[in-house]
Design a protein around this ligand. Structure first.
Ligand code: NAG
Ligand code: NAG
Ligand code: NAG
Length: 441
C-alpha cells in the first residue's frame, strides 16, 4: 500500500556512535538548502576547490528536456546548498526547449585560467549525438556556451572528462557505431585533437580515475535508464593495453541498482557516484554514492545503507543507532495526525495526515544522542504522489524544510536525510509538521 495524497512518517533512524557525524544515505531524498528541494544534479560530477566541493549536474525537475545545469556546494559532501545555474534554458539553440543536455563535467585549464565544461548535446530523439563545450571564469558561476560538434566527426552520447597529472586532458565518449573512445583535448580543452584509445565494446556513462599510476575506466552496459552490472578496465597507459572489462560490484546487483557518473577522491577514500534513474519521473532519481576500493589493478564497490566519509581518515559505515517509531506512544500526534496501517513499515504502522489545513504534527520526544553534534537522522516515509512533498522539521527549536521525493519502492519506506544538531542525552525533540498548508506539500 502506497499512501496517496499525504506524507506518512514511518519513523526515524539515528545512527549515533561516538563518531556520530554527517552521513551519506544512498538512494534517499537529499534536501538542498536554497531550494528546499531534492538536489537536481543528475549525471553529475564533483570538483573540489579550496576544500569546498562543487557538485555540477542536470536539473531534471521537469523531466528529460534541458532545464539547466546546476551547481551546488558543500564542505562535507552531505549538506548541499544550491548556488546557481551554470547554463540556463535559452529560447532556441542547443540550450533551447526540448533539447537534451546531459552529463555535464568540468575541469580547470591552468593555461587559460578557465573552467571548461563538456556535455552531451542532442535532439529529443537523440539523433544528433554531439558534445557541447562551455567555459567559465569561476567554477560555480555563469558559463559561456561555445557550441557543439561531433568530436573528430564521430557520434558522441554519454561522456566524461579526465585530466591527467601532467595537465593533458581527455574526452571519454560513447560512439554508438564504434565503441568507447578516449580522445585527447587541445591545450585549451575546448576541442579534441586525436584519438588515444578505442574500445570496440559498447560501454556508456564513462568515468575515469587514476590511482598509483593505474588508470581505472568505469562505465555501464547499454540498457537505457535500467541498471546493469557496470564494468571497469585498467591500464598503466591511456593508449593501452587495457584489461578486459570486469564487474566492480557483485554480479547481479546491477551495481547496487545504479549507473556510474563520476569517481571522486576524498582524502584517503575513493567515492563512486552513480545515478539510480527513475525514468517515469526523472526528478525523483536518486544518488548512489558508495565507497570504492581501488587496490593495484582491482576495483570493488561496497554497499552501505549509510556511511561516513572523511578527508582525513578511512570511511566508516554509520555507527549503530536507534530507530524510534512514528507510532510510538511516547510521541505526540496533534491537529489531525493519526496512526495508520502501513504494510511495509516496521511495526506495520506509520503516522499520516501530517500537515494539511489543520497542520497535523508528529512530535518525537526523548530522542537520545550520546554526543552534542551535528548528525544525520533518516526520516523514513512514504509519499505515493508523483511530486515532492515537504515538511517543516523542528529540532530542539530550530526549523528547516525537508523534501520527500515520491517513494517508489513498493511498500518499503524511503528515507529523507535530516542533518541536525542533537544534544547529548535523551531530551531531544523532533517535530514534523506542515509546510505552507498542504499535506506536506
Ligand atoms: C552511543 O550510542 C550507541 C547507540 O545507542 C551505542 O551503541 C554506543 O556505544 C554509544 N557510544 C558511546 C560512546 O556512548
Ligand atoms: C516542462 O516541460 C514541458 C515539456 O517539455 C514544457 O512544455 C513546459 O513548459 C516545461 N515547464 C517548465 C516550467 O519548464
Ligand atoms: C576542432 O577541431 C577540428 C578537427 O581538428 C576542427 O575541424 C574544428 O574546426 C575545431 N573546432 C573549433 C571550434 O576550433
Amino acid at each position: 500500500m502506497l499512501l496517496k495524497n499525504y506524507l506518512a512518517a514511518a519513523g526515524l533512524a539515528l545512527m549515533q556512535g561516538s563518531l556520530a557525524s554527517l552521513q551519506i544515505v544512498p538512494g534517499g531524498s537529499w534536501t538542498s538548502a536554497g531550494t528546499n528541494q531534492h538536489v537536481q544534479a543528475h549525471g553529475g560530477g564533483i570538483v573540489e576547490v579550496d576544500s569546498v566541493y562543487y557538485w555540477i549536474g542536470e536539473n531534471k525537475l521537469n523531466g528529460s528536456a534541458f532545464q539547466s545545469v546546476n551547481c551546488y556546494s558543500s564542505t562535507n559532501l552531505v549538506e548541499w546548498t544550491f548556488v546557481g545555474e551554470l547554463l540556463s534554458l535559452q529560447s532556441s539553440g542547443d540550450l533551447g526547449p526540448s533539447r537534451i543536455v546531459e552529463r555535464p563535467k568540468v575541469i580547470y585549464n591552468d593555461a587559460t585560467s578557465k573552467w571548461v565544461m563538456w556535455m552531451h548535446i542532442d535532439s529529443s530523439s537523440y539523433g544528433e549525438a554531439k558534445t557541447g563545450v562551455a567555459t567559465g571564469s569561476s567554477i560555480c558561476g555563469k558559463y559561456n556556451y561555445l557550441g557543439s560538434f561531433q568530436p573528430l566527426g564521430f557520434q558522441s552520447r554519454d561522456m566524461g572528462l579526465f585530466k591527467d597529472d601532467d595537465g593533458s586532458a581527455y574526452l571519454l565518449s560513447e560512439d554508438r557505431p564504434n565503441g568507447l573512445r578516449i580522445d585527447r583535448l587541445t591545450d585549451d580543452y575546448t576541442n579534441v585533437t586525436s584519438n588515444t584509445y578505442l574500445w570496440s565494446e559498447h560501454i556508456e556513462a564513462p568515468a575515469m580515475y587514476k590511482k598509483n599510476g593505474v588508470y581505472f575506466m568505469f562505465g555501464s552496459q547499454l540498457t537505457g535508464w535500467s541498471t546493469n552490472d557496470n564494468k571497469y578496465s585498467t591500464a598503466t597507459s591511456l593508449s593501452g593495453p587495457w584489461s578486459s572489462w570486469a564487474n566492480f560490484a557483485p554480479t547481479g546487483t546491477n551495481t547496487y541498482n545504479s549507473q556510474t557518473t563520476f569517481i571522486l577522491g576524498v582524502g584517503p577514500n575513493v567515492m563512486y557516484m552513480g545515478d539510480r534513474w527513475l525514468s517515469s519521473n526523472l526528478m525523483a532519481s536518486t544518488y548512489i554514492w558508495l565507497p570504492l576500493t581501488l587496490s593495484g589493478r582491482s576495483a570493488s564497490l561496497t554497499n552501505e545503507d549509510s556511511w561516513v566519509i572523511s578527508t582525513k581518515q578511512s570511511w566508516t559505515p554509520s555507527p549503530a543507532g536507534t530507530t524510534p517509531e512514528a507510532e510510538s506512544s511516547s510521541n505526540t500526534l496533534s491537529n489531525g495526525a493519526v496512526t495508520l496501517t502501513c504494510s511495509g513499515c516496521s511495526g506495520g504502522k506509520s503516522v499520516g495526515y501530517i500537515g494539511g489545513s489543520s497542520s497535523g504534527t508528529l512530535q518525537f520526544k526523548g530522542i537520545s544522542s550520546n554526543a552534542t553534534t551535528k548528525t544525520t537522522v533518516q526520516v523514513r516515509y512514504e509519499n505515493g504522489d508523483s511530486s515532492q512533498r515537504y515538511a517543516t522539521v523542528t529540532v530542539n527549536g530550530k526549523s528547516q524544510v525537508l523534501a520527500f521525493i515520491p517513494s517508489t519502492n513498493g511498500n518499503t519506506p524511503f528515507s529523507s536525510s535530516l542533518n541536525v544538531e542533537l544534544n547529548a542525552g535523551a531530551s531531544n525533540v523532533i517535530t514534523i509538521g506542515g509546510y505552507q498548508g498542504g499535506w506536506d506539500e
